[in-house]
Design a protein around this ligand. Sequence first.
Ligand SMILES: *[C@@H]1O[C@H](CO)[C@@H](O)[C@H](O)[C@H]1NC(C)=O
Length: 98
Amino acid sequence: APELCPALTGVFQEMATAECHFINGTEKVRFLDRYIYNRVELARFDSDVGHYVGFTPYGERLARSAISKPERLEYARTAVDWLCRHNYPIVAPFTAER
Ligand SMILES: *[C@@H]1O[C@H](CO)[C@@H](O)[C@H](O)[C@H]1NC(C)=O
């Protein structure tokens, strides 16, 4: 399903990004699943928070919808491992640590 694609997805001006932030190698990793429309961030999953949060009325609907799907939450909550840490050896040479 497109919504599960970890790569950058562009549909018209609406986009979703899956971001891995490596704070200290794979020791401390933050995953962000962000939904952006016309440069406005509508909603995001932040692994530091542990769930989806909406920033606009529509974003709140997106967040509630994501939260209501167990498989969606599972995807996001485990992404630090299966997506971020798994890909670290590939992306590490191109990563600016912060
Ligand atoms: C970074 O991770 C290493 C282990 O990989 C640990 O020994 C070190 O204390 C960590 N540094 C910081 C600043 O957390």
